[in-house]
Design a protein around this ligand. Structure first.
Ligand SMILES: [Cu+2]
Length: 170
């Protein structure tokens, strides 16, 4: 091996070591970052709402049974929605126009995407986790909840309806 080649090899090996090390550092940072995001965004470690050991627990809670829409204030409602392959329950939700709606969303099986068409509402329904999103419908009409997280054969059919009733209807 000529001195030139030897120097070249030494330099190439330095670069390789640098990049192997660099990639390991990136992997560690990404892993920590992802875990941090999951834990904080979905509240996996917030005590009372920790369902990490029993992913079906939230879906079994009373509030998530029989399609609850609960009035929580003069103009505020809580809506509890469970995603299951392949439907949302409840699949028809009535809320009044102009009210502040808090959606509590979970999944009883796999990941589903809770997207209300034509609104910025978009969160992932995760088994074992209750996601929360607030929204006010400014206009009466029909909105569709779509699943935007591929969840199997009838994913495309996973559609529910939100019917926003005109203000002043009982
Ligand atoms: Cu889906």
């Amino acid at each position: 091996m000529s001195p030139f080649e030897a120097a070249f090899h030494a330099s190439a090996e330095r670069h390789e070591r640098f990049w192997i090390f660099g990639v390991l550092v990136m992997l560690v940072l990404l892993t920590i970052g992802t875990m941090f995001y999951v834990v904080h965004d979905y509240g996996l470690v917030t005590g009372t709402h920790s369902y990490a050991t029993d992913p079906q627990a939230p879906a079994r809670e009373a509030a998530f049974q029989d399609g609850k829409v609960v009035r929580t204030g003069p103009n505020a409602y809580a809506v509890y929605v469970v995603g299951r392959a392949w439907h949302w329950s409840p699949d028809v939700i009535h809320v009044p126009e102009g009210a502040e709606i808090t959606f509590y969303v979970t999944s009883a099986d796999v990941l589903h995407g809770f997207e209300i068409q034509g609104t910025p509402v978009n969160l992932t329904a995760v088994p074992g986790v209750v996601g929360t999103v607030r929204y006010t419908f400014r206009h009466a009409g029909l909105f569709r909840i779509l699943c935007n997280e591929y969840c199997g054969m009838f994913h495309h059919a996973m559609v529910a309806r939100i019917i926003v009733d005109p203000a002043g209807t009982p």
